[in-house]
Design a protein around this ligand. Structure first.
Ligand SMILES: Cc1cc2nc3c(=O)[nH]c(=O)nc-3n(C[C@H](O)[C@H](O)[C@H](O)COP(=O)(O)OP(=O)(O)OC[C@H]3O[C@@H](n4cnc5c(N)ncnc54)[C@H](O)[C@@H]3O)c2cc1C
Length: 155
């Protein structure tokens, strides 16, 4: 059982790390597009509300990355990391959904098409909040690890 449960921690960790990559990819395509797409005679990246979306992505990226590093550091040391891995998986998957959503938004109507990978990033991010334990299950694990009360299977 211990081996089986640690396998879940490893799977969740991989999903969280993958989500950091999705956020980075969302930033890369959004920055490129915001610099080159012009509206009202200027690049859309010069509009403050577009910069806000990019800033939100960057903050989410840095936070998700360091949560993944922390969980990975514990894994390398062979220390139990269920709580930290669930926190990383929960945050990184929800952050990746936010980032992909913003990447689609920054690309406007183009972002909804398959000509740019933003919609695929959104689908890839969306499933990350479902498999290897849904967002709700991660919250219940974090609650259990904090309270010492298991609410996943109500008694
Ligand atoms: C693309 C894809 C690939 C997958 N690959 C694999 C794989 O390789 N191996 C594998 O084993 N599985 C795999 N899965 C299955 C995946 O792990 C499950 O879909 C996931 O665990 C959710 O289970 P479920 O779909 O039965 O939803 P359910 O368990 O029916 O959940 C439905 C909803 O109820 C909520 N819920 C359920 N229980 C609770 C609770 N106790 N408290 C609060 N809310 C709750 C969930 O959070 C969710 O919102 C894959 C799924 C997808 C979509």
């Amino acid at each position: 059982m211990r081996v089986a449960l640690s396998a879940l921690d490893n799977g969740r960790y991989s999903v969280a790390a993958g989500c950091v990559g999705i956020i980075q990819a969302c930033i890369d395509i959004s920055v490129k597009y915001a610099r080159t797409r012009h509206q009202f005679g200027r690049p859309i990246g010069s509009f403050q509300l577009v910069q806000e979306m990019i800033a939100d992505m960057v903050v989410d990226y840095e936070a998700a990355r360091y949560l993944v590093y922390r969980a990975g550091h514990l894994k390398n040391k062979g220390v139990r990391n269920t709580r930290e891995t669930s926190i990383a998986k929960l945050f990184a998957s929800e952050a990746a959904i936010r980032a992909a959503n913003n990447a689609i938004q920054i690309h406007g109507g183009y972002g909804y098409s398959r000509d740019v990978p933003a919609e695929r990033y959104w689908r890839d991010a969306r499933v990350a909040a479902i498999y290897e334990g849904t967002t709700q299950i991660q919250k219940l694990i974090i609650g259990r690890e904090t309270l010492g009360i298991n609410a996943i299977v109500p008694s």
